[in-house]
Write a protein that binds this ligand. Structure first.
Ligand SMILES: C[S@@+](CC[C@H](N)C(=O)[O-])C[C@H]1O[C@@H](n2cnc3c(N)ncnc32)[C@H](O)[C@@H]1O
Length: 227
C-alpha cells in the first residue's frame, strides 16, 4: 500500500488516498493483478520490463486510469508507467487493465515523484501530468506538483526531444506552469498559436476529472519538448 507521505520527502501534492469503499471485485485485483504489474521499488531500467517496447511513457496522477489505459490500448508497442496514490483510482485502473487485457502497463500505487527518482537519465519518451490537483489557495501553492524540483527531475528522465504534456482547467495553474517550465530552461513550448493550447491535442483522451469541469476556465493544453 502506498505511503501517504515520505517522512522527509517532498510536501504531499495529493488529497485523499481513499474515498468510498472499493468494490470487492476491484479490491481483489490488488492481490491478483497488482503484484504482477507493480513497478520495482529500487532503480530500474524501464525497457527491462518490456524489452520489445518502442517507447516508454509515464503518467503521473492517472486518477481512474481512463487516459492511461486508453493510450496503452492505442499504443501496444509503448510501455506505459503510471503513478497514483488514490487507492480508488488504482482500483479503477486495475479494472481497465484487466478488462482490456493490457500487457504494456505497469503501476506504482503511490507518489509519482518516487517513480521518477527510480528512473535512469534520459529514459522516457513522454511524460503526462493531466489535471493535477490545483491547490488553489495561495498558502497551498507549495503543494503543487509542478515546481522547480519536479521540473528538474522531469528534465532528467526525459530523452532530448521527449514530450511533457500538462493540462489544467485552472487559469492560475496554467500561468504558474508555463512560467516555471520556461524559466527552467529545460523545455521548449510547442505552441505557435492559441489553438495549440485551447484545442485538445489530436491524441488526447478525455479524463474523468476533465469531464467534471470543476476549474475556472476551459482546459488548457501545454505541450513541451525536452530541449
Ligand atoms: C484532480 S485529479 C486528476 C486525475 C486524472 N489525471 C484525471 O484527469 O481524471 C489529480 C490526481 O493526481 C494525483 N496526484 C497528486 N499528486 C500526485 C503525485 N505526487 N503522484 C501521483 N499522483 C498524484 C491525485 O491523487 C489525483 O488522483
Amino acid at each position: 500500500m502506498p505511503t501517504p507521505q515520505q517522512p522527509h520527502g517532498p510536501l504531499r501534492s495529493f488529497g485523499r488516498i481513499k474515498a468510498r469503499p472499493i468494490k470487492a471485485r476491484q479490491a481483489a485485483l490488488f492481490d491478483s493483478l497488482l503484484p504482477s504489474i507493480s513497478l520495482p521499488s529500487s532503480p530500474f531500467e524501464p525497457l527491462s520490463l518490456m524489452p520489445e517496447a518502442k517507447a516508454v511513457w509515464v503518467e503521473i496522477g492517472f486518477g481512474g486510469g481512463e487516459h492511461l489505459a486508453g493510450q496503452a490500448g492505442a499504443h501496444p508497442d509503448t510501455l506505459i508507467l503510471g503513478a497514483e496514490p488514490f487507492q480508488n483510482g488504482v482500483a479503477s485502473a486495475l479494472r481497465h487493465v484487466e478488462e482490456a487485457g493490457l500487457t504494456n502497463v505497469r503501476l506504482h500505487p503511490g507518489d509519482g515523484r518516487e517513480l521518477l527518482a527510480l528512473l535512469p537519465d534520459a529514459s522516457l519518451d513522454r511524460l503526462f501530468v493531466l489535471f493535477p490537483d490545483p491547490w488553489q489557495k495561495a498558502r497551498h501553492h507549495k503543494r503543487r506538483l509542478v515546481n522547480p524540483d519536479f521540473l528538474a527531475e522531469a528534465g532528467r528522465v526525459l530523452k532530448p526531444g521527449g514530450g511533457f504534456r500538462f493540462a489544467t482547467d485552472w487559469a492560475d495553474y496554467a500561468d504558474w506552469t508555463l512560467e516555471r517550465v520556461l524559466a527552467s530552461g529545460l523545455f521548449t513550448w510547442t505552441a505557435t498559436g492559441a489553438d495549440d493550447w485551447r484545442v485538445p491535442p489530436a491524441d488526447h483522451l478525455t479524463t474523468r476529472y476533465e469531464e467534471k469541469k470543476l476549474g475556472d476556465i476551459a482546459p488548457v493544453w501545454l505541450d513541451f519538448l525536452r530541449a
